[in-house]
Each structure stands twice: as structure tokens, then as C-alpha cells.
Design a protein around this ligand. Structure first.
Ligand code: FPP
Length: 254
């Protein structure tokens, strides 16, 4: 039985950032949490130690998102390409959601967080599905932060799946070809019930999308940092939020 850790009581020093300073907080933040392996390597630890540290940073990041009134936080936790990793690493990564929820679910519930996922949920192992399904059920009526885990998620597969499903419905005469537009396609994506991300953060210095939310990020602001995910702190998160304040979003207009 792992020790229950305090969730919203950080032992770290409070950062002197006033929430009032952030006048334009992104409603939806998506994060590519990258650099766990390199973090572990730098410390002479096995890669999975980086993932474990990364899991604890997820807790801190949720705390910061709640504090700054972000409405949706989408975290890329396991991609459809991550199956290519060594078997023991894949299994460790897929056990992390259960471990995370075992420790933090009571605090997430207390703090009105709702848990959801995007991705091919059915193909996940039973131990992942059961833990996450239980958490979804337990938090379904919460109306605070939506914590959206991208689990077994790949954007191209998501788009293909949407197109196939849309074609089936068109065959069944639910709509005509003329009615197919961006809005309709969006309804077939895993993200049909959430707004597109306003801000995308990727850690570890890599500047690519890695098959993450390709459709949904069309007008999203990007923010990259060299910080490795296990070193991602409230201070770094707030830096991204402060930077977002100065972005002028024109959506192709002037
Ligand atoms: C990429 O770093 C990270 C992942 C593939 C996994 C991300 C998962 C977590 C941060 C923990 C998830 C926690 C929960 C609660 C589900 P990498 O391993 O590719 O790092 P590297 O590029 O340095 O090798």
C-alpha cells in the first residue's frame, strides 16, 4: 500500500505569482510530457525512474492548473507509437495511471477534478482500463478541471477512425456529402466534447508534434522549453502562461 501523499499541500516554497497577474488564462492547455528517459539517464537511473518522477509531476501540474483556473488539461501519457518500446517499459507506463489514481484519486475527487481520456481505450490492458474507468465513473459529475489523459492516442489513427465512422453514417443516410464540414468531422474525434487547446507545451527541447492532436492544434499557441518533464515546476508552467498573455491570436485574420 503506497504512502498517501498530500495532494494540494506542496512542501515547496510558494511562488510569488499572483493569479490576478494572469488576465488571459488559456482555457485548454495540452502538454507533451517529454524527457523522462533523459532525466533518468542523467541521474544514472533506469528509464522507468524517469516515468515514476514524471507521474509525480503530473500531480503538481494538475495542482497548478487548478490554482490558475485552467478548465481543461490534456496530457499525452501514452501514444500509439509507444508500443514500440521494450516490453517492460510499456508495461510500466501502462501501470502508471493505476498507480497515480491509487494515490491521488481521493484528492482529485475532493478538488472537483473530472477525469477523461482520449485514445483507443479498448485496446489498453485490463489493469489500466479498470482503474481509469473507475476514476471516470467516480468523477463524472465533477465540474472543476477536466483532466484529460491521452492514452494509447495517435492523431492520424483518430482522424482515420473518424472518417470511417462518418462514412458509415453517411451510408446509413444520416447526412449527405454536402453536409460534411469541419464541424461535423470534429464531432467524430475523441475530442468531440472539448474545445481545441489554446496552448500546447512540450518539454525537453524537442519541437515536434509526434502525432498529437494534429487536427485540434490548427490555431493553438505553442510553447517549448528545454526543461525535462520530471523537472517541470509551477514556475515553468507559469512562465508558459505568462508568455501566452502576450500572444496575439488572429486565427488567420488581421
Ligand atoms: C516521453 O518521455 C514520455 C512518455 C512516453 C510518457 C509520459 C508519461 C508520464 C510523464 C507519466 C504519466 C503519468 C500518468 C499519471 C499517466 P521519454 O520517455 O520519451 O523521454 P526521452 O525522450 O528522454 O527518452
Amino acid at each position: 500500500m503506497p504512502m498517501k501523499l498530500p495532494f494540494f499541500k506542496s512542501k515547496k516554497e510558494e511562488i510569488p505569482i499572483q493569479t490576478e497577474e494572469l488576465t488571459n488564462v488559456p482555457e485548454h492547455v495540452a502538454i507533451i510530457m517529454d524527457g523522462n528517459g533523459r532525466w533518468a539517464k542523467q541521474k544514472g537511473l533506469p528509464r522507468i525512474a524517469g516515468h515514476k518522477a514524471g507521474m509525480d509531476v503530473v500531480k503538481d501540474t494538475v495542482e497548478t492548473a487548478v490554482k490558475h483556473n485552467i478548465k481543461i488539461l490534456t496530457l499525452f501519457a501514452f501514444s500509439t507509437e509507444n508500443w514500440k518500446r521494450p516490453k517492460h517499459e510499456v508495461e510500466y507506463l501502462l501501470r502508471l495511471p493505476k498507480e497515480f489514481l491509487h494515490i491521488y484519486l481521493p484528492d482529485l475527487i475532493k478538488n472537483n477534478v473530472r477525469i477523461e481520456t482520449i485514445g483507443d481505450f479498448d485496446s489498453l490492458p485490463g489493469y489500466t482500463k479498470e482503474a481509469v474507468q473507475y476514476a471516470k465513473e467516480k468523477t463524472k459529475d465533477n465540474d472543476g478541471l477536466l483532466l484529460n489523459f491521452a492514452l494509447n492516442y495517435g492523431s492520424r489513427k483518430e482522424i482515420l477512425r473518424a472518417i470511417k465512422s462518418m462514412m458509415e453514417d453517411m451510408d446509413n443516410e444520416e447526412f449527405s456529402l454536402e453536409q460534411v464540414d469541419e464541424k461535423l468531422l470534429s464531432k467524430y474525434l475523441y475530442t468531440h466534447n472539448v474545445s481545441d487547446p489554446d496552448l500546447l507545451i512540450r518539454t525537453s527541447g524537442e519541437q515536434r508534434l509526434s502525432n498529437f492532436l494534429l487536427w485540434q492544434l490548427a490555431y493553438t499557441e505553442f510553447w517549448f522549453t528545454d526543461v525535462l518533464w520530471p523537472d517541470f515546476t509551477e514556475e515553468v508552467f507559469v512562465k508558459a502562461l505568462m508568455d501566452y498573455q502576450n500572444r496575439s491570436r488572429r486565427y488567420g485574420g488581421i
